[in-house]
Each structure stands twice: as structure tokens, then as C-alpha cells.
Design a protein around this ligand. Sequence first.
Ligand code: ZN
Length: 223
Amino acid sequence: MSPSLLDVASVREYLSRRLLCSVETREKRLALTFDDGPHPRHTPKLLDMLASKDIRATFFVVGRRVRRYPEVLARAANEGHEIGNHSAHHVPLSLMPAPLIRRELEGCGDRVEGITGRRPRFMRPPMGWINDLVLKTARDLGYEPVIGSIHPQDSRQPGLDVILHRVRRRIEPGAIMILHDGGWRIGADRSQSIAAADILTDELLADGYRFETLSVLTGAEAW
Ligand SMILES: [Zn+2]
């Protein structure tokens, strides 16, 4: 099993100097983020669960999925969740020249704005692949690049217990947790991710944590 980039302290340190990985705070607050949706079945299930606990999350969506499932995206935004940009086609931006990076980010941002009336504030590079050009291009377009600090690789479906273990050992105030409600294949199973989110939110709420969107966690105006 390959380790996550975020499991290596030196890599984590390098990344956190270049883009947002977590937020400095002593208060028990953190951000729950979900990548690769919207998905026609998984995302609504997740939205039901979050609504039942009055939790707001941040969804990093893929433009091609937004085009297929605009009503799922609209629901997430209407229910107070923040929408982030995860590119139009979920491609490794660091392999591309600036015009293509720009097209990938604008392609997703335009679709989100077309449905919600708002442009995403944050972008998360697919697979976490970055270089100077990706960061510069994203910032030139007005996006704040973000990775996160907890990456249990739930999209590989390692088993519910493994996901829970990987998250629990990295929980701390200001953390940004990366989970997945969608996938490259539309048939991707996300039952482990949703079950993990359900259990972890219960545990963390009981522990006094509050969940915030990325904008709120970072002290910006709510999206
Ligand atoms: Zn992704």
C-alpha cells in the first residue's frame, strides 16, 4: 500500500510552505472536504447525512461531473456547503502548459458559477500534483490552492477500519480532511468513505469539534 504524500513529514512541510494544508488554531474546528463529485448516488447520501447533523463541508467538484449532475451540485450549494474547483477533467495539471491549466480551471469554475452564481474560491489540484506554474496560474485566476492535512486514501477502499485509523491519528485543530464522494469511474464504490464520514463526524462532534467550510476555517467570508 503506498503511503500518502501527507504521511511524510518533510513532504508535508514542503507542501505547507507553498499552499494551504491546514490552519493554525487552538480551537477544535476543522474542515471536511470531499473530492471528485458530484455523484448522482453518493453525494445525495452524504448530503442527507451532513444535513442530519447540521454540518457544512466543502466539495471539490470536477467540471465534467457538474455538467452531468448539475442538480446535485445545486443542492449542495443550496444547503450551505462550499464548492471548490477540482479542474474540468481531473487531469494532472503539473504536466500541462499554462493555457491548458487555465482551461481546466476555468472550465470547472465557469460551470460552478453557471449553476450557483458564485465562483469557487479554492482549488485543489487533482492527485495533489503541483508545480510553480500550476500554483501561479491558479492564483492569477483568483483561486487559493489547497491540499489538506489528512488524506486516508479512502478512494482506494482500503477498508473502513483502515480509513478510520488513518484519520484518527491525524486529527488536530485546524485540520483539513480529504475524503471522496466521486471517482474517475462513475461506478466507483464510495460506501467506505460515506460510512467513515458518518462515524468520524459523530466522534468529532462528541469530542467538541465543529466543522467549518474552508472559507470559514481560514477566516474568509463564508462562500
Ligand atoms: Zn480528485
